[in-house]
Design a protein around this ligand. Structure first.
Ligand code: SAM
Length: 194
């Protein structure tokens, strides 16, 4: 196992998931998705770790995250990359996540409120893209905004069946897709809503 992977796992194990929740804090240790209000969820911890490890984060990389949610996944991304650009469409969730992440003293996170389904072109290209809501298909704009040598993790499917995909872009700009898991995420709203 490479050392970055080991460090991510050990950092993850000491994260206090309840800090990212306002209610049901006693359920935080369980490996399940939990409600965070506004019909949204904080993802299952084992899945957060799996998705993060699949991205193979490296220091100094620029990461785009769609779906800030509670900020739990954002914290992990920010701890192991250079800069994180995170987009959330629900204002109250964004506000709470930002407060938490600032309390943890993260200074490498840029926040945007709104629909992120078309990415964040102004800051592209991104070395890594993490999508934490399910799209009906892989957004063309995200593929375009992924750097050569870049990796994206994204759940794709409908309300009943989704596959978690790892998409890697090679140095010629060609993409390769690997199926990682079967998952069930809340929908990615906007242009690629199913
Ligand atoms: N990673 C988050 C965490 O650890 O708490 C969980 C994210 S939750 C499963 C998905 C989030 O994506 C929700 O907060 C939802 O509001 C947001 N979302 C859905 N569609 C979006 C869009 N088009 N643009 C930005 N955020 C979106």
């Amino acid at each position: 196992m490479n050392s970055q992977r080991k460090e991510i796992i050990s950092y993850f194990k000491q994260m206090d998931r309840s800090f990212f929740m306002d209610a049901n804090k006693d359920l935080a240790p369980f490996d399940q998705a939990l409600p965070i209000g506004f019909e949204q969820t904080i993802s299952q911890p084992s899945l957060v770790l799996e998705m993060t490890l699949a991205l193979d984060l490296q220091p100094k990389q620029k990461v785009l995250e769609l779906g800030t949610g509670s900020g739990f996944q954002t914290a992990l991304l920010a701890a192991f990359s250079g800069t994180v650009y995170t987009i959330e469409r629900i204002e109250e969730l964004q506000k709470r996540a930002k407060e938490r992440l600032e309390q943890l003293d993260f200074q490498n996170i840029h926040y945007r409120l709104g629909d992120g389904s078309e990415g964040w072109e102004e800051h592209a290209p991104f070395d890594r893209i993490m999508v934490t809501a399910a799209a009906s298909e892989v957004p063309r704009e995200l593929l375009e905004q992924l750097n050569e040598g870049g990796k994206m993790v994204i759940p794709v499917g409908n309300s009943f069946s989704q596959e978690l995909r790892l998409i890697e872009k090679d140095s010629d700009g060609r993409t390769h897709t690997t199926l990682l898991n079967e998952v069930l995420f809340v929908p990615l709203k906007g242009k690629y809503e199913r």
